[in-house]
Design a protein around this ligand. Structure first.
Ligand code: ZN
Length: 285
């Protein structure tokens, strides 16, 4: 019964099977729980495959002089590189050192047009700062940059985050903001509109790095997740943790509020990786 007809049928069955297998493989690759979503744009993440786990112990990787996070997933080592909102577009070099070699990997940063947001603040004291407040903000900036660049080497980092609270995403990462028509830095986190007193959870396991009250960010908790990954929770009403405390994913670290510069009660959540702010939503599956 080997007519041309059955041949065609058999071939199309084979094709269907191939397409099915291929799409299953593609699906399982895109649904990896261990890696955040790659988005090689300013404010995003480059996920760069480095080597097979079977061939080398954990590689080290650097972007310029900055160490970057290396993790394994399904038998492959990957560098997960945080890309600054100010990073130049085009090709970048990642220096990688394995057991026996040092080599350069390349990745390309593409453009992304983030939307615009205009905010009117009635309290002009929080837009045009007095010299006393400028001094305070300057001191606080140094502390915040220290937390942002913090590096603690750990064997594992849980990159599969949960949203720190359930609420409407009222302002997304990267928005180009204007306060009272004056251009400001783009929005460096994700805002969740939640009522004052709502429990705020650690997005992943880690150690509390800082608990402080800042002029702009208000009552703020920093959680260090290891290997240059730090999360920041701002405008809290109350703290529920102390510096140095170990927290698990989902543990309550504070209650939300509107301390600091906030137009209403909300949580501002930032994710910092290799010393730069990146889009928190890339870590949410
Ligand atoms: Zn915000």
């Amino acid at each position: 019964m080997n007519t041309p007809m059955t041949h065609t049928l058999r071939n199309s069955c084979r094709l269907a099977l191939f397409v099915l297998t291929f799409s299953l493989v593609t699906f399982s690759l895109s649904a990896r729980a261990g890696l955040p979503q790659a988005s090689a744009v300013p404010g995003g993440l480059a996920v760069v495959p480095l080597a097979r786990v079977a061939n080398t112990s954990k590689p080290q990787a650097w972007l310029g002089k900055q160490s970057v996070l290396v993790t394994s997933d399904q038998g492959v080592w990957y560098a997960v590189v945080g890309l600054s909102l100010k990073i130049a577009l085009g090709s970048h070099e990642l220096r990688v050192s394995t057991d026996d070699t040092t080599m350069v990997h390349h990745f390309t940063v593409e453009d992304k047009a983030y939307p615009e947001q205009r905010i009117t603040l009635k309290d002009k004291g929080k837009v045009d700062l007095s010299s006393k407040n400028l001094k305070r903000v300057g001191k606080e900036y140094t502390v915040i940059v220290g937390h942002k660049k913090f590096w603690r080497e750990t064997a594992e980092t849980d990159l599969d985050f949960i949203l720190p609270a359930k609420g409407e995403k009222s302002s997304r990462f990267g928005l180009r903001r204007f306060f009272n028509d004056k251009p400001r830095n783009p929005h460096s986190g994700l805002d969740l509109a939640i009522a004052t007193g709502t429990p705020v959870m650690a997005s992943s396991a880690g150690t509390v790095l800082g608990v402080d009250n800042y002029f702009f960010n208000g009552k703020t908790v920093f959680v260090d997740h290891g290997n240059g990954l730090v999360t920041m929770y701002c405008h809290l009403d109350k703290f529920k943790v102390v510096p140095g405390q170990q927290v698990g994913k989902g543990d309550v670290i504070g209650l939300s509020g509107m301390t600091g510069r906030a137009t209403g009660p909300h949580l501002h959540w930032s994710v910092m990786l290799n010393g730069t702010m990146v889009d928190p939503e890339l870590f949410i599956q």
